[in-house]
Design a protein around this ligand. Structure first.
Ligand SMILES: [Zn+2]
Length: 326
């Protein structure tokens, strides 16, 4: 895949292309970021660019080498992951990879191995990898993918060039989902729930998500200023573990963002199929009040992410939403 097809990681790609042009790519990279944000695609594009017979700093996508890498059957490109049903990447797997890297490349200037996810290296295999990272046999290139570099041995970390991949923006996720054939409305709905991961976005069950979105909307609409218990009941019902609460808050953010858009006179909203309910949110409170609540939901999301108790955080948010109407 040419670098131009990778969304959201321009700075990293710029650095990689410069190193390709100057012939100074590192021997080992550590790509850190949420799974599904583009780490592996970038790694594969880097390898394609490195081996490409047509272009010096990108993948042409059509030469034999580019096509073999795209098809996952290039003899000099190896992927090291835990075996099915196994938690760790075992020392045996690592030794096998080291043996492979010590052989002469079949058809490229160097051999490459992607280790995914690197946090699954157990202590023995990580220690054994150190030797390879220090003296890569035959100019081999090793790319480690991880969700969190802090989970790796510091000795492994320090031997790699670290590249931090940010989660993808909602807009980029939506674009990629549409490229996968999703309708724009479904893509706009799923993108904010994806945590910046295309993989997660694709896994989200669209229909279940639509049903939950409707249930959440009607639940918050039922909260009443006159019945404080309805506020606590709603937060009791809707809060769950941290992750599901964050998902709920993302939904609320998308509702209130739409309501603010409507209030500002823009007809362009994400939750088009829920338009009447969104209009009712917009009409129920003043425009500045909805804006304030939107900010308040963002704040609650940050708190829950930073370990606030999900139920208590929702209690407070729903009090603000339910009690201060107008
Ligand atoms: Zn090529």
């Amino acid at each position: 895949m040419p670098f131009a097809d990778i969304l959201g990681h321009d700075r990293i790609i710029e650095v990689l292309r410069r190193s390709l042009l100057s012939g100074k790519t590192a021997h080992s990279y550590l790509f850190e970021g949420v799974p599904g944000c583009g780490r592996k695609k970038t790694a594969l594009s880097l390898i394609q660019a490195l081996f490409c017979t047509a272009l010096p700093d990108d993948a042409c996508g059509v030469c034999t080498s580019c096509r073999k890498i795209e098809g996952g059957n290039h003899p000099d490109v190896h992927l090291l992951s835990p075996l099915p049903d196994k938690r760790d990447i075992s020392i045996d797997q690592l030794r096998e990879m080291q043996r492979e890297l010590s052989l002469r490349p079949y058809e490229s200037p160097r051999k490459v191995c992607i280790i995914d996810p690197a946090e699954r290296l157990n202590v023995n295999s990580a220690n054994s990898l150190l030797k390879t990272l220090e003296e890569p046999p035959g100019n081999a290139l090793i790319i480690l993918l991880t969700e969190n570099a802090g989970m790796l041995l510091s000795t492994v970390r320090s031997r790699c060039q670290l590249m931090r991949f940010a989660p993808l923006s909602h807009e980029h996720i939506a674009t990629l989902l549409e490229r996968c054939g999703m309708t724009p409305e479904a893509a706009a709905l799923v993108a904010p729930m994806s945590g910046g991961s295309l993989q997660k976005a694709l896994e989200l069950d669209n229909e279940a998500l639509i049903a939950r979105r409707e249930a959440v909307l009607s639940r918050i609409e039922q909260m009443s200023i006159h019945h404080i218990s309805s506020v606590f009941n709603a937060s009791e019902e809707l809060s769950g573990n941290r992750e599901s609460t964050l998902e709920l808050l993302d939904m609320l953010i998308s509702f209130f963002r739409d309501a603010v858009h409507l209030g500002a006179g823009s007809g362009d909203i994400v939750n088009r199929s829920l338009r009447p309910a969104i209009e009712s949110i917009a009409a129920r409170r003043s425009f500045p009040r909805n804006l304030e609540l939107l900010e308040r939901i963002y704040e609650t999301r940050r708190d829950v992410q930073r370990n606030a108790n999900p139920k208590l955080a929702l209690d407070q948010l729903f009090m603000a939403m339910g009690v201060n109407i107008k």
